[in-house]
Design a protein around this ligand. Structure first.
Ligand code: SF4
Length: 364
């Protein structure tokens, strides 16, 4: 059951395509189907936080905290053709010798058979410049590059030599620039995960770098996976995550610049966003900074909304897959002020699914 005949789907994508029953909290709708290439010998990299890492302990193969069932490409294609909700397909590569060849093959297949636009979450380590041209010719219009970490030191520690991994900071930026040139401004998105030991200042500087290099920023909140090196690290504090979301939005929309921000010298915490307080109020009230950031459609609306992709539904929700309502905004304001921090607990049902050791821990 390997690619290209088979792909894995996120749990949410599996529900959206009707492979399993279920509805999303507050009737959220998933408008991008996330697919992952799959091989018996798995990903050859070893990123410290990733459920697909080569040295992950145990037998559980969750990824971004949920199972990713394997489905035949043919069945997925049939369902995509008749799905009225999904506007985009996102193909995620892993570090594997066949991943580039199969990504081109699968993208080309979807381009000929399905109405959705196609994105690719690229693996820069196994990509050459000419591959980017082939991906574009195969019908892909957006590229994602998951730096995940905002500095070379942290990148190396969690993805490179620090974990006996193959990735390099320089290669990621080289591919980013090439992708921006080949796919055009606004069509290359970076991914950053908040909560991996970085400061808010480091993130803001990385967002600005991406913006200056004609890209966009997509944000994730760290969530620990059992069996990985970082399994016991808690997600980032909510007030910090909200500030980082605001910073990212202001920079991407050109409403401020990281050089105008004021940071606490000892911690790098953002103290001022470099815009007038009344302007900042309007931005917060719009709710947009707190919505999921991802690939957009031709009208500029985010289609990759990943419902509940990195936190559980409820008051501690990190990325809103829909526009926050008035009550949500009030809660976000409390969170920004550091007045509301839901306690970090791993739900028991989740523990049972991912590891017996974690389940015991949860029951205690
Ligand atoms: S390359 Fe991607 S899939 Fe592989 S271990 Fe790193 S983050 Fe996970």
């Amino acid at each position: 059951m390997e690619s290209p005949q088979y792909v894995r789907l996120s749990l949410a994508a599996d529900m959206t395509l009707g492979f399993r029953p279920g509805r999303f909290w507050r009737n959220a709708r998933m408008s991008c189907i996330n697919l992952l290439l799959t091989y018996a010998d798995g990903c050859r990299a070893n990123c410290a936080y990733c459920g697909l890492g080569r040295e992950r302990k145990g037998q559980i193969r969750s990824f971004i905290r949920v199972p990713w069932p394997t489905r035949s490409l043919q069945e997925v294609t049939e369902r995509l053709r008749h799905n009225g909700i999904a506007e985009r397909i996102c193909l995620s590569m892993i570090t594997h010798a066949n991943a580039m060849r199969h990504t081109i093959e699968i993208a080309s297949h979807f381009n000929k058979t399905c109405p959705q636009s196609i994105s690719c979450l690229l693996n820069p380590t196994i990509t050459r410049r000419e591959d980017l041209v082939l991906l574009r010719q195969a019908g892909i219009d957006k590229i994602g590059i998951a730096f995940d970490l905002p500095t070379p030191i942290l990148f190396n520690k969690h993805r490179g030599k620090g974990v006996r991994g193959p990735h390099s900071w320089e290669t990621y930026w080289k591919r980013f620039d090439e992708a921006a040139e080949i796919f055009g401004p606004g069509n290359v998105g970076s991914h950053f995960i908040v909560g991996l030991g970085e400061t808010e200042q480091e993130l803001a500087n990385a967002f600005q770098e991406v913006k200056d290099r004609r890209g966009e920023n997509h944000l994730f909140s760290f969530y620990p996976e059992a069996g990985t090196e970082l399994e016991d690290v808690a997600p980032p504090q909510l007030d910090a995550y909200r500030r980082v979301q605001l910073a990212c939005f202001l920079i991407d929309e050109g409403l401020s610049h990281s050089s105008r921000f004021v940071f606490e010298s000892s911690s790098g915490k953002i103290l001022d966003f470099g815009i007038a307080p009344q302007e900042l109020d309007k931005v917060v009230d719009s709710g947009y900074p707190f919505m999921t950031r991802g690939c957009r459609n031709s009208k500029g609306r985010v289609t990759c909304n990943r419902p509940f992709g990195n936190s559980w539904p409820g008051p501690g929700l990190r990325n809103y897959p829909f526009q926050p309502n008035r009550e949500d905004i009030q809660r976000i304001r409390q969170q920004l002020a550091g007045l509301e921090e839901p306690e970090w607990t791993i739900p028991r049902s989740h523990c049972a699914r991912i590891s017996p050791a974690k389940e015991r821990q949860c029951n205690e």
